[in-house]
Design a protein around this ligand. Structure first.
Ligand code: URA
Length: 272
């Protein structure tokens, strides 16, 4: 007996589940997507010529797959001479296992390519995954309101430490961040901002290679250094707007951080 399925009924059921907040489906039996991603990486890995190209990024327990993926990301990023090429290279890159764990598309950046401030968040969430732009969900809307109140709208280039949504909205792992880092570094080189605002603990820890929690890091200036040591930028960690949505009393601290940031950003640069 064949079962006729009315597509409108399916659409309506899916819309019902989406309204109820269901944005992923699961099979009865567990599937190890990490193993699948690792197998994909192994299949795509290239010979060691690329691996030798540059200084290693320090990731504890970096497996050969991760080291190979980092080297491939470095080579791909180095070949990009503008942000458009970089976005295309990221979208075409298969070395980050997040790509095979349910993300719909790469989420790279938004904002002017010559912005004086670069904001680096943690990772795309469901709204960003659906729309292909960073910080467009509820947290992003709060971020936009904060930027507007600080006079920073249109002066920021916004991106994340990883370019694919982690499954179940988990925090990206240090390995996933390390694989994406060469692209992020290339974005910093191409935009050439005067400073970085690091949003949330996972961003601050990855960018500054520090282990403290965000509540201790926030509001303090650090020096971000590129992996080849050639570029340094002032970097200010702050609280994530998703945290502020859950803990509105913490908004005061985030506001103080933005005042600290704008004071330095608007300070006239001393002639060298
Ligand atoms: N949270 C992030 O850290 N980045 C986004 O792009 C969206 C939410």
């Amino acid at each position: 007996m064949s079962l006729a399925v009315d597509p409108r009924a399916v659409e309506s059921l899916l819309a019902f589940w989406a309204d109820a907040g269901v944005d992923a489906t699961y099979s009865d039996a567990p599937i190890d997507r990490l193993a699948e991603g690792a197998a994909l990486l192994r299949a795509k890995s290239q010979p060691a010529a690329v691996v030798a190209a540059a200084r290693p990024i320090l990731v504890s327990n970096a497996s050969p797959d991760v080291s190979t993926a980092i080297a491939q990301a470095r080579a791909a990023a180095a070949a990009c001479h503008d942000l458009e090429a970089l976005a295309a290279a990221i979208a075409a890159f298969d070395g980050c296992s997040l790509k095979t764990q349910g993300a719909r598309q790469a989420v790279v950046s938004r904002g002017p390519g010559d912005a004086p401030l670069m904001i680096i968040g943690e990772c795309p969430g469901p709204d960003e995954d659906a729309q292909g732009q960073p910080f467009v969900g509820r947290a992003g809307q709060l971020l936009d309101r904060m930027l507007k109140a600080s006079g920073l709208t249109d002066r920021v280039f916004i991106t994340n430490t990883v370019f694919w949504r982690p499954p179940g909205n988990r925090t990206p792992t240090p390995q996933e961040q390390a694989v994406c880092a060469p692209f992020l570094e290339r974005a910093i080189a191409l935009v050439n901002p005067r400073m970085l605002l690091l949003i949330g603990g996972a961003s601050a820890k990855a960018m500054l290679k520090r282990d403290e929690g965000i509540l201790s890091l926030r509001g303090r200036w650090f020096e971000w250094t590129s992996s080849d040591g050639a570029r340094e930028l002032p970097a200010l960690p702050t609280l994530h707007p998703a945290f502020l949505l859950r803990q509105p009393a913490a908004k005061k601290k985030a506001w103080q951080d933005l005042l600290t940031l704008t004071e330095r950003l608007d300070r006239p640069e001393r002639p060298h």
